[in-house]
Design a protein around this ligand. Structure first.
Ligand SMILES: Cc1ncc(COP(=O)(O)O)c(C=O)c1O
Length: 401
């Protein structure tokens, strides 16, 4: 872990226009087909149990989500992360996915000093701009060790009152994963500085490169969740391959959760009952959940290996840090590739070759020539996209002789 960090203040998030990132990252302006190395979407079908729903009534959801669903989510979480330190339904708020969950977290932490760990998920900008926070980006300046060490984080957070560490783990966009003792130490540093740890764990099932048996979720390292200074967000969008279901959950101390439930009534509303019943059916079917988890592991172990192997054959891109989780790899573009910055590279790649990627120069000048590549799509599509990326780089280099 690195010993020093850079801190940027006064609303440093996103110097380039967000709709421009979306255009090159997911869709071209004309809506023409793209080979997706951009958008963070799993290419596989969701488990059918999520979709087989018999509804007898379609009323409003109870505040915080259906009580049976909150119960079942608590059981699912205990089985995976907290066999000895169980949480209850009071620690669970059902959300319409992590993005609205982040907005609720931002709202409840209003006027706190929020330290966003870079590189960060581009959409963190919306909830944090709504919340009237004092915003800082903190970032390692060591490309080989892009995760900030626990003591560095503790020292930075201690400089402000009401600090919050805001990050994703596994991390979007570079696949870094904070795990084991380092994760526990980071939580201790945040709590020691009187802070709150907001851990967006949208990719919690995708920890393919982490040494076996090492905890990767903050849920595993916390003792009594009701006394913890933490909020943890999970979603069906990635883990269950179902972004359109718009369902997820926030876990935290019951005192936080009851305030968040009040907020969710006025701010985001709970997800539709269709999605809640679908998730309930799925989570109640232990065999289906187990089959899904096994399949996910296998598919993403394989895709990750193929992806890293193929990337190693592309001249001109260098992997950033250690992508152990999520389904992202950030790469630096070699200086002999003629391009003003990552954004202009990604834009041409999308418009001229139909391949989407996410330029990371929105993060800071340290990521000026970095792009995020997703291996969420089906392998056949990824394979073609990487071929096109490789050819594009060769053509660019040749164009300057
Ligand atoms: C880190 C992170 N958090 C949240 C989201 C959004 O999740 P949801 O679809 O549940 O709103 C994403 C989607 O890409 C993400 O990468």
């Amino acid at each position: 872990m690195v010993a020093s960090a850079s801190v940027f203040g006064s609303d440093p998030l996103i110097p380039i226009a967000p709709d421009e990132i979306d255009q090159v990252g997911g869709f071209t302006r004309e809506g023409s087909p793209v080979f997706n190395l951009g958008k963070g979407v799993p290419g596989e079908e969701p488990p059918q149990e999520l979709l087989q729903i018999q509804m007898t009534a379609l009323g409003y959801s109870p505040p915080g989500g259906k009580p049976e669903l909150r119960e079942v989510i608590a059981g699912y979480v205990n089985d995976r992360y907290r066999p000895n330190k169980k949480i209850t339904a009071d620690n669970v708020l059902v959300t319409p996915g992590n993005q609205p969950g982040l907005a609720l977290a931002a709202e409840i932490l209003k006027s706190a000093t929020v330290f966003v760990e870079a590189p960060y998920y581009s959409q963190f900008r919306w909830p944090l701009r709504l919340g009237e926070h004092h915003l800082y980006t903190i970032e390692s300046r060591d490309h080989d060790q892009p995760l900030l060490g626990a003591s560095v984080i503790g020292n930075i957070l201690a400089t402000k009152g009401s600090p919050v560490l805001w990050t994703s783990n596994p991390r979007n966009p570079d696949g870094a994963v904070r795990y084991g003792e380092e994760l526990a130490a980071t939580y201790a540093s945040v709590a020691g500085a009187g802070g709150v740890f907001v851990s967006d764990e949208a990719y919690s099932a995708f920890t393919m490169g982490v040494p076996h048996g090492q905890p990767t979720s903050l849920l595993t390292v916390l003792n009594d969740l009701n006394k913890a200074r933490a909020l943890i967000l999970h979603t069906a969008s990635k883990n269950f391959f179902a972004p359109g279901a718009r369902i997820g959950w926030i876990l935290g101390p019951s005192s936080f959760i009851s305030r968040l439930i009040d907020l969710s009534e006025s701010h985001t509303t709970p997800p539709s009952l269709y999605s809640q019943v679908g998730l309930l059916n799925f989570l109640n079917n232990a065999a289906a959940v187990q089959a899904h988890e096994l399949a996910l592991k296998q598919i993403y172990n394989d895709k990750r290996q193929l992806f890293l192997d193929k990337l190693a054959t592309i001249d001109g891109v260098k992997i950033h840090g250690h992508p152990l989780g999520a389904f992202f790899v950030a790469v630096a573009l070699a200086t002999d590739i003629p391009s003003q910055d990552a954004y202009h590279f990604s834009r041409r790649l999308a418009y001229e070759r139909g391949v989407s990627t996410i330029p990371l120069n929105y993060v800071s000048e340290f990521y000026e020539r970095h792009i995020r590549l997703s291996f969420g799509a089906k392998w056949a599509e990824i394979d073609v996209a990487l071929e096109k990326l490789s050819q594009f780089i060769r053509d660019l280099k040749e164009s300057v002789g």
